[in-house]
Design a protein around this ligand. Structure first.
Ligand code: UDX
Length: 443
């Protein structure tokens, strides 16, 4: 095995999902030699052929560039990933899934399995890096698990390096982060983590204990969810008082202590991170004896907000039985194919329960949506979706919906009613075109 004494680090990334694949490709882009591991052979085969298993802006070109440069490789097992091409991984990033259990806690069995595999395949000092979102103290469990299976008593350290990647801009977020959080437990681990991020010029490194790093992730995502639920609650008050939530958010956001980001009212947050992380943080707080009621409220406000469209539809159309509703956009947010915890799922379920006939369209996540939302017509495009509809609902603010020919759309619908769940359109313009138009928190 070759020794790794230069500034480039040999890295194994376990889990080639959104986080793992983006992190692996970007670590290779920083100049390191990376092997991405996944237990799904089909996924590895696809990647070896240059086919991306996920849709993520800019990912394909970073993957292809680094494969070509010989910096990015793929393997089917932790063993093969840690010992690849005659080299040994100095750092192993764990980026496997931590799905939510019924009680809201995170299922960490995949992390335990990877920790066992890492322990049995280490041949020298190794830094194990938690990348998945995990409850505080997961690091302690990884430590214990590795110790138990580390029959040769090799030295190692476990560090926490949480990800803050947004789907759709994940590659950019990785390479140009607001900050990089490094939770380390020894100077040796800190030195290696600093070596990994050294090529990322100008990045703000926040070096903390492992537990603080784990908590930074929990607290950041929960705080962002809180901001969204807060502005959505304000939007409800705006609707009742005639104020405009966009003006309110602008006025609030200019205060530097508040900031303008994540104050966009709409039909609630979805995706694989926010709902899951909120649950996990609440569960963790309960475990340590603190009832973090605020998080419960954030979740409740979001659940209520997801039903905004259903409520407005009933106000406009009275009985929904037999009425045709067009849902424009199904992904949990634009520019992603991800349907996980998308508000569209709950909205479609509620409308179907009330006997409505649904037509849905999403520019990219349609195939994923078909697997989750049953009993609806999937349209060929936005115009086909609106055909014969009693009401058109904008669920996800895809860029292409902003450019729709509204006159054409109007000529296709049964009634000119538009409910804009993402405040994409200009109310005055829509009304002048002939739409009966309603949006979230805007008069
Ligand atoms: C999020 C975090 O931003 C990221 O740091 C973390 O690592 C993973 O979770 P992501 O789930 O990709 O990223 O989506 P994001 O862009 O943050 O949006 C999450 C949800 O909030 C979406 O459903 C979006 O529509 C909603 N949202 C966001 C709002 O409703 N209003 C806003 O102002 C911002």
């Amino acid at each position: 095995m070759k020794n790794n004494k230069n500034s480039k680090v040999d890295i194994c990334v376990v889990g080639a999902g959104y986080v793992g694949l983006v992190s692996g490709a970007c670590l290779a882009e920083l100049g390191h030699r990376v092997v991405c591991v996944d237990s799904d052979p089909a996924k590895i085969k696809m990647l070896e052929k240059g086919v991306m298993p996920i849709y993520e802006d800019g990912l394909e070109s970073v993957v292809k560039k680094n494969v070509k440069a010989g910096r990015l490789h793929f393997a089917n097992s932790v063993k093969a990933g840690m010992h690849h091409g005659g080299r040994r991984a100095e750092a192993v990033f764990i980026a496997v899934g931590t799905p939510p259990r019924e009680d809201g806690s995170a299922d960490l069995s995949a992390i335990e399995k990877v920790s066992e595999d890492v322990a049995t395949n280490m041949t020298d000092y190794t830094v194990i890096v938690e990348k998945s979102t995990v409850p505080v103290a997961t690091c302690d469990w990884i430590n214990k698990t590795i110790n138990r299976n580390n029959s040769r008593h090799l030295p190692f350290d476990v560090t926490s390096n949480p990800e803050f990647l947004r789907e759709g801009t994940a590659v950019r977020d990785f390479l140009k982060p607001d900050r990089v959080v490094l939770g380390v437990s020894s100077p040796q681990a800190e030195a290696l983590m600093r070596r990994i991020y050294k090529p990322m010029k100008g990045a703000e490194l926040v070096v903390t204990s492992v537990k603080s790093a784990e908590l930074i992730k929990h607290a950041s995502n929960s705080f962002l969810s809180t901001k969204i639920s807060f502005i959505n609650a304000v939007a409800t008050i705006c609707e009742k008082t005639g104020a405009n939530v966009e003006d309110v958010a602008r006025g609030m956001g200019l205060d530097r202590r508040i900031g303008p980001a994540f104050l966009k009212a709409g039909i609630g947050f979805g995706g694989f991170c926010f709902p899951k992380d909120l649950e996990a943080f609440y569960w963790l707080s309960s475990q340590v004896g603190y009832d973090f009621e605020m998080l419960k409220t954030v979740k409740n406000v979001n659940e209520r907000q997801k039903m905004w469209l259903v409520k407005k539809l009933e106000e406009e159309l009275w009985n929904l039985e037999g009425k045709t509703i067009a849902l424009l956009g199904l992904a949990f947010k634009p520019e992603t194919d991800d349907m996980r915890f998308a508000p569209s799922i709950d909205i479609a379920r509620e409308l179907l329960k009330r006997g409505a006939k649904l037509r849905g369209y999403d520019p990219v996540s349609q195939e994923n949506a078909k697997k989750i939302i049953k009993g609806i017509y999937f349209a060929a495009d936005a115009y086909d979706c609106a055909k014969g509809a009693d009401c058109v609902c904008l669920v996800t603010e895809w860029h292409e919906f902003a450019k729709l020919d509204q006159k054409k759309l109007l000529s296709l619908v049964k009634h000119p009613i538009m409910l804009d769940g993402r405040n994409l359109y200009d109310p005055a313009k829509m009304r002048s075109l002939g739409w009966t138009y309603m949006s979230v928190g805007r008069p």
